[in-house]
Design a protein around this ligand. Structure first.
Ligand code: BG6
Ligand code: MG
Length: 210
């Protein structure tokens, strides 16, 4: 690839936490009698916790106060963190680890660009706490994807310009964010179908062919 740096989304790219997000939101939604399914869950990919809650509440008759919304988001996050505690370095696939190692071997700088405030917890569960050259996540941004802030800060932490970094994403909102920030992108899953993705890929190891 022509870039010197790669910025990876975390959830859905490095690891598969979608199922835990779904389970945790489902417990919260069921307790509130709000309809929630996997199709609605797909819309939460790349979107911040509070923005995700707003999407779930579209199906609710009740108007929640800001206080109540905060409590619901906190309840979901507590359940989610319990589920994250089941994760271990075994949840890091050989394919992802080998691809990261090979990119590093080729001299590229590697960063995380994730909307999640649980990024550091997840990286620690996977045994990757000290692996990346830079981490930009939900704790250092005010606007979540599709806003480009999280990737612009990741590039800045690497000391690089957007055109020097490739963004790797699984969410459509993430490709929107990459485009808005002036980054080329590689997309897997639904992000590979995005009309503005630079490199649609089938699997993470395909990054080695770009
Ligand atoms: C993103 C996920 O990485 O992080 C979203 O794709 C999630 O589904 C968002 O809502 C925020 O995560 P957290 O861990 O801060 O609640
Ligand atoms: Mg993702």
């Amino acid at each position: 690839m022509k870039q010197n740096g790669v910025i990876f989304d975390l959830d859905g790219v490095i690891c598969f936490t979608d199922k835990y997000h779904y389970q945790a939101w489902k417990v919260m939604a069921d307790a509130e009698n709000i309809y929630f399914d996997e199709i609605i869950n797909n819309r939460l990919r790349g979107v911040s916790r509070m923005a995700s809650l707003e999407i779930i509440l579209e199906r609710s008759e009740k108007a929640y106060t800001e206080e109540e919304k905060k409590a619901l988001a906190e309840k979901k996050n507590n359940i989610y963190k319990e589920l994250l505690n089941q994760m271990s370095p075994d949840d890091l696939s050989d394919e992802v680890k080998n691809t990261l190692d090979e990119l590093r071997e080729r001299g590229l700088k590697l960063a995380i660009g994730s909307s999640s405030k649980n990024t550091r917890l997840i990286l620690s569960r996977l045994g990757l706490s000290d692996y990346f050259d830079a981490i930009s996540d939900g704790t250092n941004i005010t606007h979540s994807k599709p806003h480009p802030e999280v990737f612009l800060m990741a590039a800045d932490f690497l000391g690089m310009k957007p055109e020097e970094c490739l963004v790797v994403e699984d969410a459509r909102a993430g490709i929107d964010a990459a485009v808005a920030g002036g980054f080329e992108s590689a997309g897997i899953g639904e992000a590979a179908e995005h009309e503005a993705v630079t490199y649609p890929i089938n699997r993470i190891a395909d990054l080695l062919k770009i």
